[in-house]
Design a protein around this ligand. Structure first.
Ligand SMILES: Cc1cc2nc3c(=O)[nH]c(=O)nc-3n(C[C@H](O)[C@H](O)[C@H](O)COP(=O)(O)OP(=O)(O)OC[C@H]3O[C@@H](n4cnc5c(N)ncnc54)[C@H](O)[C@@H]3O)c2cc1C
Length: 313
């Protein structure tokens, strides 16, 4: 367990270099599930150099270090997160468009929605599928996010990261081993800082029409009025988690505390108010067990669980 004095040292680092650092920050305010205890430190770097400073501080002080994007695919446990949570968000959300090559350079903290809208404005096609996904570019590269027939793997040319040894590295797409909701980065601890995307010329009107279709179909199909982390489980081979959960009789019925299997989309667990991470985790287990027993299929969570059960310092 690190000496809690490190918290003041990280706050001082932020003050010295001009980026925001908050101590004992409740993670329920920074995750779309709206659950989770406090992080010892939440830092919002605004430049790659700040990320390097934070990571090297953590290595030297032997303090745990975790990454967060928009917090839309994570479940933070009720005890919160010990150590530094480095969030790549709007402060590192720069988007650049090259109108000749139809490439976009996007920082990790840029929202996918913003990238998709910016491409549309520029008459560039290839990111329409991402308009309704609430995550950031960094989390989307890490997860190989996808929807409506598109994925990050289809558009990423290269990615710049900070490695575990605190060095900047450029990865070509072929090195990233993208698979279904998988990338090589899930095993390396690299921090995504920026990505270059190859898109193609398109008609602005057609792209905007596609955006409207996608947003409407998501409004119809997903419980967007309640906190969630999207689909909780990965799609099992040849099937859909939502279909299996519904067939197992759990849609809109299975509940633990404030966590419930959505009545609109059985693949979503929603926070109906006051859910704890323990409620959500117990419901995930209940769904897995029931689907295993009744449907003979093992569901694997897509949501990434972070943090501790134990109380903070
Ligand atoms: C309503 C709703 C709908 C959704 N629909 C979809 C969908 O259609 N398709 C889909 O794929 N997903 C969907 N999601 C899930 C989520 O939006 C995506 O997985 C998204 O890409 C996660 O991005 P994030 O920035 O929120 O990542 P976070 O949730 O903050 O983090 C996810 C993981 O990525 C890691 N990470 C974050 N940033 C970085 C970084 N810079 N470098 C390295 N690792 C990093 C984190 O440590 C964590 O393990 C949905 C979520 C919600 C709430």
């Amino acid at each position: 367990m690190p000496d809690p004095a490190y918290i003041d040292a990280v706050v001082a680092l932020g003050q010295e270099h001009g980026f925001r650092v908050r101590a004992h920050e409740p993670m329920c305010d920074h995750t779309s599930f709206r659950v989770g205890g406090p992080a010892d430190v939440l830092a919002d770097p605004s430049a790659p150099e700040h990320v390097r400073l934070l990571k090297s501080f953590a290595l030297q002080a032997k303090v745990p270090f975790a990454l967060l994007g928009a917090g839309t695919n994570v479940l933070v446990r009720d005890g919160g997160i010990r150590g530094i949570v480095c969030r790549l968000g709007p402060a590192m959300g720069h988007i650049e468009v090259d109108h000749v090559s139809h490439r976009m350079s996007v920082q990790a903290g840029a929202l996918l929605r913003q990238v998709s809208l910016r491409a549309a404005e520029s008459g560039i096609s290839g990111m329409e599928w991402a308009v309704g996904i609430p995550g950031n570019v960094g989390g989307a590269v890490f997860m190989n996010a996808g929807a409506h027939g598109g994925t990050m793997a289809d558009v990423v040319v290269s990615v710049t990261t900070l490695t575990c040894q605190c060095e900047f590295r450029t990865w070509q797409a072929s090195e990233l081993a993208f698979g279904y909701r998988e990338s090589a980065l899930q095993g390396t601890g690299d921090i995504v800082l920026e990505a270059t995307l190859q898109l193609e010329p398109g008609s602005r009107e057609a792209i905007e029409r596609r955006h409207q279709e996608i947003l409407e179909s998501r409004r119809q199909a997903q419980p967007l009025d309640l906190p969630s982390a999207g689909s909780v489980f990965k799609r099992p081979p040849g099937d859909y988690a939502g279909r299996l959960i519904e067939a197992a009789g759990l849609k809109g019925r299975a509940r633990v505390g404030g966590a419930m299997v959505s009545e609109k989309h059985a693949g979503f667990i929603v926070n109906t108010g006051g859910a704890t991470a323990a409620d959500v985790l117990a419901l995930i287990e209940l769904v897995q067990r029931t689907v295993r027993e009744r449907m003979g299929v093992e569901l694997e969570p897509e949501v990434r669980v972070m943090g501790d059960d134990s109380a903070p310092l």
